[in-house]
Design a protein around this ligand. Structure first.
Ligand SMILES: [Zn+2]
Ligand SMILES: [Zn+2]
Length: 388
């Protein structure tokens, strides 16, 4: 047998190689940038869990994709229910997981969303509704629930960066539920199209892809409404084991414009005993409530309760605040006084006090600081990084 390549084959090989090279240089090379760009980061947000019926509507044609088929529905309203072996949309039956896409906005129970919807049947007659959306478009829908669009542009940009950082840091928070993040305070309040405004969307666009990192990792971008004079570290507030450098806490003289900066609240000894008992503390009677440990700048970290039998109980002040309704017991930056059988709390600020102070970020924005300075101030030692 002759294993030699004949001259004619050489000719073909050469032509093929030259052809490929020309194709790459002329056709693909101008687009190499586009080809190298990663696809958009998509996030999946749980918007309804454990429901047995929802209404889905589309302003344009809907494409319903399931494992075994794709069906087009004309624009309109459709009811979704869980049935024996899957989901029923309008009059058609589908498998237990479907994705609904459309070139227009989709609505779930009349609330509009960008991106697509994924319906996942979870039990005999319950299902979960997930909104699959680009990260940047998800951020559009979390801004207005968190911050007023009328606040300074640089403050809005700082909020956009921390909301993005928070989202990327917490993508596995709801893995077990079948999505990345929920739409409630537990993750970040996400309201879809109704959470958007022109000004907050602009702040998201202006900081596109930017997150805060420390040691090469996205930071834990905690934030709260008003610190009341200084921010605190996680160990003082939640009793956590370590405090990263960027959450050690800073002084803040920028948040005094908050009209709710000062607050007062009273709790009777009887109510304190009743609520703590309900929360599992073996307390029948409160003899004394005292400050056990202070955190940054005099914020209260721990409270000490002496019960009717003279026994001592220690409780984190932030936990105490949550037990007694954080709408009233607004912060841990408090002084206490006893009046007969009730304690009066005189406090400053609102929220847990860790990380960025939103009213402070507003104050810094009004004073002309840009969003990079605001972020650097509240999260010292961190760097801005663009992730595409
Ligand atoms: Zn959540
Ligand atoms: Zn502040």
């Amino acid at each position: 047998m002759n294993h030699k390549i004949k001259p004619r084959s050489w000719y073909f090989l050469f032509t093929a190689l030259a052809g490929s090279l020309i194709f790459y240089l002329v056709i693909l090379f101008p687009f190499r940038e586009t080809l190298a760009v990663n696809p958009e980061v998509m996030v999946e947000i749980g918007i309804l869990s454990g429901v047995n019926r929802v209404s889905i509507s589309g302003e344009k044609e809907l494409k319903i994709i399931s494992k075994d088929k794709t069906v087009n529905f004309s624009a309109g309203d459709y009811s979704v229910t869980a049935v024996e072996d899957g989901l029923k949309i309008g009059k058609k039956n589908f498998t237990s997981r479907v994705e609904i896409i459309s070139s227009g906005y989709l609505k779930v129970n009349r609330r509009g969303y960008r991106g697509s919807l994924i319906l996942i049947k979870k039990s005999k007659n319950r299902f979960t509704v997930v909104n699959r959306v680009e990260l940047e478009q998800y951020l559009y829908g979390v801004m207005k629930p968190e911050i007023s669009p009328n606040w300074p542009e640089e403050t809005l940009k700082a909020q956009a960066v921390i909301s993005r950082t928070y989202a990327l840091k917490n993508l596995t928070k709801h893995t077990g539920d079948g999505f990345n993040l929920c739409n409630r305070v537990h993750c970040q309040v996400y309201a879809g199209l109704s959470g958007e405004s022109v000004l907050t969307n602009q702040a998201v666009d202006a900081t596109r892809g930017e997150i805060l990192i420390y040691d090469g990792e996205p930071i834990n971008a905690f934030f709260h409404s008003t610190c009341g004079g200084c921010t605190d570290k996680p160990s003082n507030v939640w009793g956590s084991a370590n405090d990263p450098e960027y959450l050690e806490g800073v002084k803040c003289k920028f948040c005094e414009d908050d009209p709710r900066y000062y607050w007062e609240h009273s709790l009777s000894k009887r109510r304190i005993a009743a609520v703590l008992k309900k929360k599992g503390y073996p307390i029948d009677e409160v003899e004394k409530l005292e400050i056990d440990k202070r955190g940054n700048g005099g914020r209260v970290s721990k409270l000490r309760i002496i019960d009717g039998k003279g026994k001592k109980h220690i409780i984190l002040a932030n936990q105490f605040r949550i037990f007694f309704n954080p709408e009233n017991q607004r912060s841990t930056f408090v002084e206490m006084k006893i009046y007969s059988d009730a304690y009066q709390f005189k406090g400053k600020g609102w929220g847990h006090g860790v990380g960025l102070c939103q009213w402070g970020a507003r104050g810094m924005g009004l004073k002309g600081h840009d969003y990079k300075e605001i972020l650097k101030y509240y999260y010292p030692g961190t760097k801005l990084k663009r992730v595409d």
